[in-house]
Design a protein around this ligand. Structure first.
Ligand code: GAR
Length: 218
C-alpha cells in the first residue's frame, strides 16, 4: 500500500479480556492487516480490552448511567461516527445492540460468535455444544442484524470436540482459532472484497450461500 493511501479505519467493540482485539492489533503490527484502529469502544469502563490501546483511542460508558438502552446505543454510535471507521468489529462485545444502532451501521458491522452458527446463538455456547453432544464446535464471523447472532455468516473455523472436554478447554481451542479467523475476515473487509447484499454475505462478488470454512495451523 502506498504511503499516501490512507489506511482503512477499524472501530472495535469489546467488553472483556480483548484477546481478539489483541490478535487484530498483532496482525496490524505484523503488517498482515493493512488497517488502523481508530477507536475501541466498551460498555465496561474497566475491561482489560481498553488497556490494549492508547487512552486517546478509548471510549467507554456505563449503560446504567443512561435512561434507556436506546440512549446508550445512541451515545455509543455517536462516538463511533466521530472516529469515522470504515468497519466496526464486535470482538467480545457482550451487550445486545438495539435495532436503531444496527441499522445505523448495517453492512459495516461484524461480530465474532463462539459457535458454528446457526447452532448455539446467544450465551454459554461451549457448554451448550457439550451438552448437545456436538462432535464439532467452532466460531463464526457474521454481519450483525437486529436479530441476535442471526446475520449472514461469512466464515467459520471448526474445532473437533474431544473426549473429556470441558467448556474451558473447548473455549481455549476455539479462541485460539478465533485469533486467526477475525483478522482474516477483516483482511477481506478492508480490501473491499466483502459486502452484505440482500441479507447475504458476498465475497469477491460471489454470494456465500454457505460460510467459508477456514483452517489455520496453530
Ligand atoms: C470470544 O470468544 C468471542 O467469540 C465471544 O467472547 C469472547 C471474547 O473474548 N463473543 C461472544 O460470546 C459474543 N456473544 P476476548 O474478549 O478475549 O476477545
Amino acid at each position: 500500500m502506498s504511503d499516501r493511501t490512507p489506511l482503512p479505519r477499524l472501530a472495535v467493540l469489546c467488553s472483556g479480556r480483548g484477546s481478539n482485539l489483541g490478535a487484530i492489533l498483532a496482525a496490524i503490527a505484523a503488517g498482515t492487516l493493512d488497517a488502523q484502529i481508530v477507536g475501541v469502544f466498551s460498555d465496561k469502563p474497566k475491561c482489560a480490552a481498553l488497556r490494549l490501546v492508547p487512552e486517546a483511542l478509548r471510549w467507554s460508558a456505563k449503560p446504567g448511567d443512561f435512561a434507556t438502552r436506546g440512549d446508550f446505543d445512541q451515545a455509543l454510535g455517536d462516538a463511533i461516527v466521530a472516529a469515522r471507521p470504515d468497519w466496526i468489529a464486535c470482538a467480545g462485545y457482550m451487550r445486545i445492540l438495539d435495532g436503531a444502532f444496527v441499522e445505523r451501521f448495517r453492512g459495516r458491522l461484524l461480530n465474532i460468535h463462539p459457535s458454528l452458527l446457526p447452532r448455539h446463538r446467544g450465551l454459554d455456547t461451549h457448554q451448550r455444544a457439550l451438552e448437545a453432544g456436538d462432535r464439532e464446535h467452532g466460531a463464526s464471523v457474521h454481519f450483525v442484524i437486529p436479530e441476535l447472532d442471526a446475520g449472514a455468516v461469512i466464515a467459520q473455523i471448526v474445532v473437533p470436540v474431544q473426549p473429556g472436554d470441558t467448556p474451558q478447554t473447548l473455549a481455549e481451542r476455539v479462541q485460539a482459532q478465533e485469533h486467526h479467523l477475525y483478522p482474516e475476515v477483516l483482511r477481506w473487509a478492508v480490501a473491499g472484497r466483502l459486502h452484505e447484499r440482500d441479507a447475504t454475505a458476498v465475497l469477491d462478488g460471489h454470494t456465500l450461500f454457505t460460510p467459508r470454512r477456514l483452517e489455520f495451523a496453530e
